[in-house]
Design a protein around this ligand. Structure first.
Ligand code: NAD
Length: 267
């Protein structure tokens, strides 16, 4: 399918579900070849890969690198070079979330969260920058969060790693400022994905009601944070931000926190 990303290639980490898969759909729809990454059942991942490829007529490949391991991340970029020829677009999107008060936050979860949410984007960015600079074109997009800008209670690891990711975004953007390589962060509000279901489950549990019963109340929470618009953000609304950042019109977006949060951080 012809689109403005014809001939471009993208590696999207954590794209077997949720926002990552949304980015994959939106970029493939513009003609971009895709490397998927993330966990899941082999059959389901293969069905996703083949479905995307046939729906949009683009090459779609998969690499199962675990973002906790730097050597697997560099191997993934090598694999993308081998299978797709190059990496024009890197979306650092794989992420994990855990809710607990700081004094009860498991240290092993903290270590994994630092590795996946913060160190993995560093290793992947480090691996793709030389080729992007050499071609004088590239797009690095980091899925951060509203928690890159403001804190929420009981998500110390998430808040710390997402703030760090936004800092890294700005640093890389300044280092590439005189090139055609851009680096930005997208900061979504709550989107219904596997990751946010946990937050909704916890909310239902705290209310002592079923998840269905809790959903309306969850969305209605206007203070101190959450959904001022009274609805969740959609995967498509986030993916559209990435499409814009990949376009020529996005060339002057440098080191931004591209907030798509329904007003969460406006107050
Ligand atoms: P999700 O659980 O659907 O997706 C997470 C993806 O990351 C999956 O593909 C999963 O397999 C992958 N992943 C997790 N650990 C990995 C690892 N060690 N190695 C490789 N892949 C791994 O959730 P999502 O909401 O789509 O999350 C995607 C990103 O969006 C995350 O960085 C998350 O922090 C961010 N985000 C989500 C929301 C939201 O409300 N859903 C809001 C703001 C930011």
């Amino acid at each position: 399918m012809a689109g403005f990303l014809d001939g471009r290639t993208a590696v999207i980490t954590g794209s077997t579900s949720g926002l990552g898969l949304g980015y994959a759909h939106a970029l493939a729809a513009e003609g971009c070849a895709i490397m998927l990454n993330g966990f899941g059942e082999a059959d389901a991942i293969e069905a996703t890969r083949a479905g995307l490829s046939s729906e949009f007529g683009v090459t779609v490949v998969y690499n199962g690198a675990d973002m906790r391991h730097p050597d697997q991340i560099t191997d993934m970029i090598d694999d993308a070079d081998a299978q797709l020829g190059k990496v024009d677009i890197l979306i650092n999107n794989a992420g994990m979330q855990h809710r607990a008060p700081t004094e009860e936050f498991p240290t092993e979860v903290w270590d994994d969260m630092l590795a996946v949410n913060l160190s993995a984007p560093f290793h992947a960015t480090r691996a793709v920058l030389p080729q992007m600079k050499a071609r004088d074109w590239g797009r690095i997009i980091n899925t951060a969060s509203t928690n890159a800008l403001v804190a929420s209670p009981n998500v110390v690891g998430y808040t710390a790693t997402k703030h760090g990711l936004l800092g890294m975004t700005k640093a890389v953007a300044l280092e590439t400022i005189e090139t055609g390589v851009t680096c930005n962060a997208i900061c979504p509000g709550t989107v219904r994905t596997n990751l946010s279901e946990h937050r909704i489950d916890t909310f239902a549990e705290s209310m002592g009601v079923s998840k269905d019963e809790a959903l309306d109340d969850y969305i209605a929470q206007k203070q101190p944070y959450h959904q001022p618009m009274g609805r969740f953000i959609t995967v498509e609304e986030i993916a559209a931000a990435a499409v814009y950042l990949c376009s020529d019109a996005g060339a002057a977006m440098r080191g931004t926190a591209f907030t798509v949060d329904g007003g969460w951080t406006a107050r």
